[in-house]
Write a protein that binds this ligand. Structure first.
Ligand SMILES: Cc1cc2nc3c(=O)[nH]c(=O)nc-3n(C[C@H](O)[C@H](O)[C@H](O)COP(=O)(O)O)c2cc1C
Length: 337
């Protein structure tokens, strides 16, 4: 039987499929089901910077100006509705999850600025999290903000958080950096033990009759795998961190591709939201079958075998692939139409 056990962030995981942060992990029963379904670890839904600041600012207004200004205070920040459950409940969720399951429980902080809110990294550690994932979800809209300023600020944030905790730190990145390898290297040097590629950016839509911008969350498909897979293949063995692939993991073959590109683990959210948490057990079963069929002894043996450094044609991950893809497509149009 193929060995599915491996390591991520120095933690032993019994399979290389990990639950990516999502609302599913807000329920303790779901976290238990994730363990039962064979997921190797769970990244809990995020605690947001806005949520922490929101709570402390609202409390501050309440204490200093009285309850009438409370409503005013809470309008300063986007209404998070029921999305999350607040910092205290979040910490409680971590300790409950730690008590309920044996798989590693990874806390998730979502924010972009340094400041008082990052003390929650330490609180997440104290609540029992085995590791912390920092999600730096940011979309710059200020034309005066340079890439250098933005990247420096993000590196400072990683350093500050790293300084405040002892458990391993993973950093979840967006694909929108001019030089991903350079930035990935800087994040690693700032103390990240793993890079989680990539954040899925949800593009708002326009409601043209109500004249409104409407938030939109589309679940992924396997086509979304290609972007993080390519970058992990390029970064593997160049940047010395673990990699977790998130975006587009829907089949056992997707997990194999993630590992062969160089990921320590493949993460999934959409597949579990779409088909239920039990889907994970069939993915893991199919992964083991696939490995047995192709005679792979372990996940560790597969890792990085199709990374850029290992493939016969490394340029296929770069511009050459663009030319080849276009030519193949052009030929198809010309000779089949
Ligand atoms: C319903 C839902 C909620 C999510 N919530 C979070 C979150 O709280 N924090 C976070 O870092 N990512 C969050 N994500 C992003 C996922 O962790 C994941 O990175 C992304 O969906 C890509 O993986 P997928 O293709 O398997 O969905 C969420 C995704 C979904 C679908």
């Amino acid at each position: 039987m193929a060995e599915l056990k491996t390591k991520y962030l120095g933690l032993e995981v019994k399979t290389p499929l990990v639950a990516s942060a999502s609302a599913l992990s807000k329920k303790l029963d779901n976290v238990k089901e994730m363990e039962d379904a064979g997921l190797g670890a769970v990244v809990l839904y995020s605690l947001f910077e806005e949520e922490i600041i929101h709570e402390s600012l609202a409390l501050d207004h309440f204490l200093t100006r009285g309850s009438e200004s409370f409503a005013e205070a809470i309008t300063y920040f986007p209404d998070l509705g029921n999305y999350n459950t607040g910092p205290d409940k979040y910490l409680k969720m971590i300790s409950n999850a730690k008590e309920a399951v044996d798989i590693p429980v990874i806390g998730s902080l979502n924010g972009i600025s340094t400041g008082g809110w990052i003390k929650h990294a330490k609180l997440i550690e104290e609540a029992g999290a085995d590791a912390l994932e920092l999600n730096m979800y940011f979309l710059p809209s200020d034309p005066k903000l340079t890439a250098d300023e933005l990247e420096k600020a993000q590196i400072e944030l990683v350093k500050d958080i790293k300084k405040s905790i002892k458990v391993p730190l993973a950093v979840k990145l967006s694909p929108f950096y001019t030089s991903i390898p350079h930035f990935a290297g800087a994040v690693a040097a700032a103390g990240a033990k793993a890079l989680v590629l990539f954040n899925r950016f949800y593009q708002p839509d326009l409601n043209i009759t109500d004249l409104e911008v409407v938030p939109k969350l589309e679940l992924s498909t396997s086509a979304d795998l290609l972007l993080p897979m390519r970058w992990i293949a390029i970064l593997y063995d160049r940047i010395h961190t673990d990699f977790a692939l998130t975006s587009g993991v829907h089949t056992a073959e997707d997990i194999v591709k993630a590992i062969m590109a160089g990921a320590s683990v493949a993460m999934t959210a959409s597949a579990l939201v779409k088909h239920g948490i039990r889907r994970a057990s069939s993915l893991i079963e199919e992964l083991a079958q696939w490995m047995n069929e192709y005679d792979y002894k372990s996940v560790d043996q597969m890792r990085g075998s199709l990374s850029q450094k290992k493939v016969a044609e490394p340029a296929a991950f770069e511009r050459a692939n663009y030319m080849k893809a276009l030519t193949l497509f052009d030929n198809r149009i010309m000779y089949t139409g």
